[in-house]
Design a protein around this ligand. Structure first.
Ligand SMILES: C[S@@+](CC[C@H](N)C(=O)[O-])C[C@H]1O[C@@H](n2cnc3c(N)ncnc32)[C@H](O)[C@@H]1O
Length: 246
């Protein structure tokens, strides 16, 4: 029997999940940046800046931003060091177009490639990237082991992976409050602003059904990464993982 994976609270086949995820991002693309600001009260910008600091980008590095979406991480990487070669990869054409336009508006048009593909399906060249970043995309992947294998193979020895994702407060009371917020407030904001209750309901469910930071650490180690560690941000609701290829 074919393996089933989580799509929010539903169990679906990998092919169905790919389709459903793509539909979610086609549906949210137009309001994606606005919704991020509203849902996090702008604080996602602080998290993203922290992630860029941890990347410790150097001149001339080759970087791949996976699940690049509307290009917030791509733009910040280029702002922190514009003499890099950047590849922006995303499954969803609408999100990738937002990324292209954002980078162009900011004046970034050199040494940037765009790839429309899922990270599970692409065969990237081996040993070419110094850094691989994924912000708020890992949770949506269909097959984490395959995705991580592709990323690992594409990194140079010594190359670094930095993943930022949602996580859940360890404190019970804070967790209850957070749970209420993501399941009740977030889909309502989605309904009113983006006219899309279902996609934001999926967002909440995907956070609840996602791996714990320790589980993510384990699959990173199982995929060959070393010196794997993570840190919690903002009352535990966001986690940044870092690992290296030997
Ligand atoms: C929540 S957005 C994150 C965008 C951006 N990184 C940010 O932090 O704002 C997640 C993105 O991951 C993309 N995505 C989901 N699954 C993917 C996969 N398997 N491979 C590549 N991109 C994927 C979606 O199309 C979407 O644009």
């Amino acid at each position: 029997m074919k393996k089933k994976v989580n799509f929010g609270f539903k169990k679906v086949s990998e092919d169905t999940k790919n389709l459903l995820i793509n539909n979610v991002f086609t549906s949210v693309a137009d309001n994606y940046d606005l919704m991020n600001d509203l849902m996090s009260l702008g604080i996602h910008r602080v998290w993203k800046n922290k992630m860029i600091k941890l990347c410790n980008l150097q001149d001339c590095q080759k970087v791949i931003d996976i699940a690049t979406g509307s290009g917030d991480i791509a733009a910040r990487l280029l702002k922190s060091e514009d003499n890099i070669h950047l590849t922006c990869l995303d499954t969803n054409l609408d999100m990738l177009s937002l990324c292209k336009n954002k980078l162009l508006d900011l004046g970034f048009n050199k040494n940037i490639d765009f790839i429309q593909s899922s990270i599970e399906k692409i065969k990237l060249d081996k040993n070419i990237f110094d850094l691989s970043t994924i912000a708020f995309g890992f949770r949506n992947f269909t097959n984490h082991a395959i995705a991580l294998q592709n990323i690992f193979d594409s990194l140079k020895p010594g190359g670094k992976i930095v993943i930022m994702e949602f996580s859940q407060p360890r404190d019970k009371n804070r967790n209850k409050f957070y749970d209420y917020h993501i399941h009740n407030i977030i889909p309502k904001i989605g309904e009113v602003i983006a006219k899309d209750y279902d996609s934001y309901k999926y967002l909440a469910e995907s956070i609840e059904t996602y791996m714990t930071p320790d589980e993510v650490t384990k699959i990173l180690i199982d995929s060959g990464f070393i010196k794997v560690k993570y840190l919690y941000l903002f009352g535990d609701i966001v986690t940044i993982h870092v690992g290296y290829k030997n």
